[in-house]
Design a protein around this ligand. Structure first.
Ligand SMILES: [Zn+2]
Length: 492
């Protein structure tokens, strides 16, 4: 039983009771309820794909011509049918199918003849029909026999009595309507073997429901709907329309409202992966150096706690952070790469000596009690020493944010600190206290390789956030893609 055809017959019967012709529905006197192509002809007419010869006659027994076939296929695919002059000497803009013919030629679905003609009034053969439909619907159609076999396998066309496809025979309008309707809507086929094997999300962008229609176009009636976020199963496309199933309803939705990814409540910023030009007045990203300062070292071990020593933890995270700059044009330099003592003044001086641009110092906190959490310092008073106050404050916000994102520890906030390494510095500088080396919860992440890797990545992303938001550099965007990340929210 052809479910959809039956449904359509019912709705037409309701609209056209006993020859009382309603304006809303077309009724052809030569396509009665017992006609072999009745359901398919009215289906194509409902979608504006096929027309009668007159308002009351379809003439289903007349041979279909090449220009009629082109117009029906063009309307099926939603092409622009505006009549126009074409590349064929025998198809001018006075042919009402000229727009569809040229568009189908451009899409390599239909061809003319070697002599530069199209022969629009010639009848279409079954072989030509198979190739045309095969190309229009992306079936296997490398040759007439391959195309014919595709249509037979899909239950769209059968062979003829002699066991062949009858490729040189012509086709009547009624039969062409049957083949076209079956190609469009698998429910018309002798067997619906289409697999709905791709799951896609509905996203109408404006919160409305997406209509599921009986055919590929808005003139087809809606038989169901699906809300944004709903997963529907997809089988194939007809032009810009997708044949899907949702809650046991099979039908067509416009593919602009389908996507592979789950729709998000928040606008998703997808960073480009290809380079973005350097903004005017800025130096190239390849000239930017991030100075990574592993706190303490050598004779200055920093604070011990729970079997760990601060100077080792900071160096471990710093080395991991440095690696993230290997894949991007921005550079990273470390104040120390070994267990080495460096004075606080020398660390700040190093940033200016190597023409560093921003400075991130890595430390761990300590407390004799239950102190725990993450905090970030910048220097503000007596700005003549380090004048980069607003830059340092902004960087501190992005660093604190990414630290919290990485470890999820207590937020102790962004703080002002008169710390030598920040004060005796000539570039925007912050000091990150990752967590408390003395606290068991904090060490639950800090004490693991995976935890320190997460933190290193977060600190790298914080430096990108700074350049993206504070400096307003869009050329930083592709750098996020190197770690499958996106910019944080704007914080300063
Ligand atoms: Zn420290």
């Amino acid at each position: 039983m052809k479910k959809l055809a039956a449904c359509l017959t019912l709705s037409l019967a309701a609209l056209v009771p006993f020859g009382q012709e309603s304006q809303a529905a077309t009724h052809f006197t030569d396509v009665g309820t017992t006609h072999r192509a009745q359901a398919e002809i009215y289906y194509l007419v409902e979608g504006g794909i096929a027309n009668g010869y007159t308002s009351s006659r379809f003439i289903p027994e007349k041979q279909v011509t090449r220009d009629q076939a082109a117009a029906m296929l063009g309307r099926t695919l939603g092409l622009n049918g505006e009549p126009r002059s074409t590349e064929f000497k025998d198809v001018g803009s006075n042919n009402s199918a000229s727009g569809y013919i040229q568009q189908l030629v451009d899409k390599k679905i239909i061809n003319g003849y070697p002599d530069g003609s199209f022969k629009p009034g010639n009848t279409l053969s079954r072989g030509e029909m198979a190739v045309l439909i095969g190309r229009a619907f992306n079936y296997n159609s490398g040759s007439v026999s391959v195309a014919a076999s595709s249509l037979m396998k899909k239950g769209i066309a059968q062979g003829i009595a002699d066991g062949t496809f009858g490729e040189s025979l012509t086709i009547k309008r009624g039969d062409f309507a049957v083949f076209l309707a079956r190609s469009i809507n698998a429910d018309f086929r002798t067997a619906n073997t289409e697999k709905f094997d791709l799951s896609v999300y509905v996203d109408t962008k404006d919160g409305t429901n997406l209509n599921i229609r009986t055919g590929p176009g808005t003139s087809y009636q809606a038989i169901g709907s699906a809300p944004t976020g709903k997963i529907v199963s997809y089988a194939y496309s007809v032009g810009d329309w997708a044949y899907v199933t949702s809650n046991n309803v099979k039908g067509f939705v416009h593919s602009a409202y389908l996507q592979l990814d789950k729709p998000s409540d928040k606008p998703v910023v997808t960073p480009p992966t290809s380079p973005v030009p350097t903004p005017p007045g800025k130096k190239p990203l390849s000239d930017i150096t991030v100075v990574i300062d592993a706190g303490h070292g050598g004779k200055d071990p920093g604070s011990p706690g729970r079997g760990y020593t601060e100077k080792n933890v900071t160096l471990n995270v710093a080395k991991k952070m440095e690696k993230y700059y290997d894949k991007v044009p921005m550079k990273a330099k470390m104040t120390r790469t070994t267990d080495q003592y460096i004075s606080l003044d020398a660390r700040g001086a190093y940033a200016s000596k190597i023409n560093g641009d921003i400075f991130v110092s890595i430390h761990t906190n300590a407390h004799t009690g239950s102190g725990n959490g993450t905090e970030t310092y910048y220097y503000t008073s007596r700005a003549r020493v380090n004048p980069n106050v607003s830059q340092s404050k902004a960087l501190a916000k992005y660093v604190q944010n990414r630290q919290l994102e990485a470890w999820g520890l207590t937020d102790r906030g962004v703080k002002v600190g008169n710390l030598a390494v920040l004060r005796q510095n000539s570039v925007p500088a912050v000091l990150a206290e990752l967590g408390f080396i003395t606290n068991s919860k904090d060490m639950g992440v800090m004490g693991t390789e995976a935890g320190r890797e997460k933190m290193a990545k977060g600190l790298f992303l914080a430096t990108l956030d700074y350049y993206y938001y504070y400096e307003g550099r869009t050329d930083v965007l592709p750098l996020y893609s190197t770690v499958n990340a996106t910019p944080s929210g704007k914080l300063h």
